[in-house]
Design a protein around this ligand. Sequence first.
Ligand code: ARG
Length: 512
Amino acid sequence: MTDGEDTPGADETADASGAGGSADGATTGGTAIRRDRFSGGPARGFMSSLAADERIFAADLQVDRAHTVMLAEQGIVDDEDAAAILDALDDVEAAGHGELPDAEDVHEAIETAVIQRVGPEGGRMHTARSRNDEVATCIRYRLRADIFEALETVVGAREQLLDAAESHTETVMPGFTHLQYAQPVTVAHWILSYEGPLARDTERLLAALDTTNQSPLGAAAFAGTPFDVDRERTAELLGFDGTVANSMDATSSRDFLVETTSALTTLATMLSGMAEDLVVYSGRDYLEISDDYASTSSIMPQKKNPDTLEIVRATAGEAQGALQRLLTTLKGLPRSYNIDLQEATPPAWTAVDSVPPALEVATGALTTAEWHEDVLAAEAAAGFSTATGVADRLAMAGVPFRTAHEVVATVAEDLDPGQDAPEIAELEAAAEGILGEPLTAYVDAETLEATLDPVESVAMRDSAGGPAPEAVATQIEEARERLAADEDAVAERTDAVATALDDLESEVADYV
Ligand code: ARG
């Protein structure tokens, strides 16, 4: 028996439960994958991916269906055999992954289950393919659905963040560098600083989706097939945008896993910072996390901890570990197929399973939190955070910025502990000393006084992308346009896949 695959030792594994298997070590009569010699032995469980393959069970059935339809259309198997195989696949699906016969992996198990139902003619299903192109196709098919789900989550989060920003364009808050009071900003401005990365995450996920959505099927083990397969047709039936042309590339490359895992890890890393901000803000009483996103202490009755956000913060570790595992597994793999590739898939599932839920929780915690506007307003000017605004005001009045910086720095150095802003008289004295002329020559006391107000300080900074309410309004408007375009891009792809899969269903229905 030959099935076009590579190392027989890894590929053809014994299974006493296989239909037609013979206990005496003779041949199987073609009714099951050859089990007379490669019985698995002590390494059987070690080798098997069957349990992990539950994730691609439904995908494999679809890949089997598309392949069988194509084989029939090409006249490689006759319609009667194709019908029997397609019928058996429905039956195998209804029985579920748990009812599959024992096997090295899901591909072998489903093939065996089909042969059990159809008899030897069921073995025609594996004509002109290998588990190598099959598994690569299954992973891409399943991952595509997971990326769609991740995209839905990211797009939904962006929408919620924009809504939250819209209601806080006037809510001043302290802005930090080095975790020290730096300059006042607004809650909206802070929120938008996280919507921007999420917009780029969306682009990265769309790019990963497009890389993923290419069909390896028909590449066989890695070296093509003598059968007249129609690779474009199976790609079309499965909703792929095209094929991975080179058959060695098709079976050996997992860069689509790297791209997807990396996009999600980038998101998780950003998200951990957002979670950290919220943990810090809740510790400073800038906001109160809703009870839904908080926990208490088993001993300290007064505690309300932002635990969900700390788990979000830790998710970056999970994603980064997964990406590292994936890259390390792929490093140095020779062409073409090696079963190390079987171990490259789980890290991608780790990323798609952990990161989108973390984003959902973080967005929920953020958008349901109650911002303490009084505390924020009081803190917004803390640590003389309007100092830059004062220097800017002097510079706008004609003082060289470096000199203005020095005037304000001199005053800042002499502030009493806890004093948030200098008296105008203190500024005047410092200016007199450094400029050699009264400050009023440049700017009147009233204007200067206003500059010490964090609300005014924010309003001044109306440059593009800045925190001033009208600058933020523009940012929100542009972000909404970008979001709408991304929603369209996702919908267009979702619809194309749904249409293709509907077509596959009716093609199959024509046979059974
Ligand atoms: N289960 C394998 C995987 O996930 C596919 C099996 C191909 N095995 C082989 N020895 N060629 O990659």
